[in-house]
Design a protein around this ligand. Structure first.
Ligand SMILES: [Zn+2]
Length: 316
C-alpha cells in the first residue's frame, strides 16, 4: 500500500454527504486535527449508508488513509509538571497499520498489569504504531494501592475532563485525547482481579480473574473471540485459560461489562466505554486472577494477550 496519503475525491465527499455521513465526515476531520487529510471516511460512510444511495466503489475500496508516521520511538509526558505526570511511550514502525494502545497501572495494586505494560513498552511493532502508558495512575502504583481517594478511580471516570477536580478525571481525558490524536483502533487495558471467574460462587469485581471483555466500539462482538483464538492454544487447558464473561453462568443476575451503578451514581465509565468516546476504537479489558497464581505467570499471560493483539493487527 502506498505511503502517500490521498485526498478524498469530490465524488467521495458528495457520496458521504448523500448517505447521511456529513456529520461523520465533520467528526472525522475534527478527529484528524487537519482539514487537509481527513481520517478514514469509508467505514463511516457505510455506517450512515442507505439502500437508496450506494457509496461510490472507490469509497468502499480504499478509505482515505491517515499519513503514516515516520519510524521512531519517543516518550511524551501526560499531565506534565504535575505529581501525576506519567510517560506515554510511542513506537512507530514507519509502515501503515493499526494503532494499538496498552494501559497498565490504572490500578496500583495490580502489578501483573503494569509489569506487563513495562515490557510491552519495549516492543517495536513491524507495522502501524504501538502506544503504551505503563503506569496510568503512577502515584497509586508507587503506593501499591488500587487508587487513593484524592486521585479518583481512573477506571470509573471516563470520559473525564482536562479541568476536572480529580487528577484521574484529567488522566481519563488525556488518554482519550491521545487515542484520538493517534487514531487508536484497539486499546488493551491490563488489570488484575482476585478470584478466578470460572471458580466463583458469587458475581462481583473481585471474581473476574482470567476474563477478557469488550463492550463498545466497532469490534465489540468480534475482538475477544479473535484474541482468545490466538492466546488460549498457547496457554493450554489449565486453570489459567482465558474466558469471557458469558461463560460459566451462575444463577441470578450476571455481571455486566459496564456496571450500571456508575451511571446511576453520576460517576463516569470504565475503559470498556471508550468505544463511545474515540471514533473507531474498540476497548478490551483484561483481568488476571491473583488468587494462587504467581505474579510472573500473570505477567506472562498479559503478554500472551498483548502478542495476540499485535499478531491480529499484523504488527508482530
Ligand atoms: Zn483493575
Amino acid at each position: 500500500m502506498s505511503a502517500q496519503p490521498s485526498r478524498p475525491t469530490r465524488r467521495r465527499f458528495l457520496g458521504i454527504a448523500a448517505t447521511g455521513g456529513l456529520a461523520a465526515l465533520l467528526l472525522a476531520c475534527q478527529r484528524s486535527g487537519s482539514a487537509a487529510v481527513p481520517a478514514p471516511a469509508a467505514p463511516l460512510a457505510r455506517d450512515g449508508g442507505s439502500e437508496a444511495v450506494q457509496p461510490s466503489p472507490s469509497a468502499t475500496a480504499s478509505p482515505t488513509p491517515r499519513p503514516v508516521p515516520l519510524a521512531g520511538r519517543f516518550e511524551r509526558m501526560l499531565l506534565p509538571g504535575t505529581p501525576w505526570e506519567t510517560p506515554l511511550v510511542v513506537a512507530h514502525s514507519g509502515r501503515r497499520g493499526s494503532a494499538v494502545m496498552f494501559l497498565g497501572g490504572v490500578h496500583g495494586n495490580e502489578p501483573g498489569g503494569w509489569l506487563a505494560a513495562d515490557e510491552v513498552a519495549r516492543w517495536q511493532p513491524s507495522a502501524g504504531s504501538l502506544l503504551v502508558i505503563p503506569r496510568a495512575n503512577i502515584v497509586a502504583t508507587r503506593a501499591f494501592e488500587r487508587t487513593l481517594p484524592d486521585l479518583g478511580d481512573l477506571n470509573r471516570l471516563y470520559p473525564g475532563s482536562l479541568t476536572g477536580a480529580l487528577p484521574m478525571e484529567r488522566m481519563a481525558a488525556a488518554i482519550i485525547e491521545v487515542a484520538t490524536e493517534f487514531g487508536v483502533d484497539l486499546l488493551i487495558d491490563m488489570h488484575e482481579s482476585w478470584g478466578f471467574f470460572a471458580e466463583r460462587t458469587q458475581n462481583g469485581t473481585a471474581f473476574l480473574g482470567q476474563t477478557v471483555t469488550s463492550s463498545s466500539g466497532p469490534e465489540a462482538e468480534t475482538i475477544v473471540p479473535a484474541l482468545l483464538a490466538i492466546a488460549n492454544p498457547r496457554i493450554g487447558a489449565g486453570r489459567d485459560r482465558l474466558v469471557t464473561r458469558d461463560q460459566f453462568p451462575l444463577p441470578g443476575p450476571s455481571p455486566t461489562a459496564t456496571p450500571p451503578s456508575n451511571a446511576a451514581l453520576g460517576r463516569g465509565s470504565s475503559s470498556l466505554a471508550l468505544g463511545r468516546f474515540v471514533p473507531g476504537l474498540t476497548p478490551v479489558l483484561v483481568e488476571m486472577g491473583q488468587q494462587d497464581q504467581p505474579e510472573d505467570r500473570r505477567v506472562a499471560l498479559h503478554l500472551e494477550v498483548a502478542r495476540a493483539a499485535l499478531e491480529l493487527r499484523g504488527m508482530a
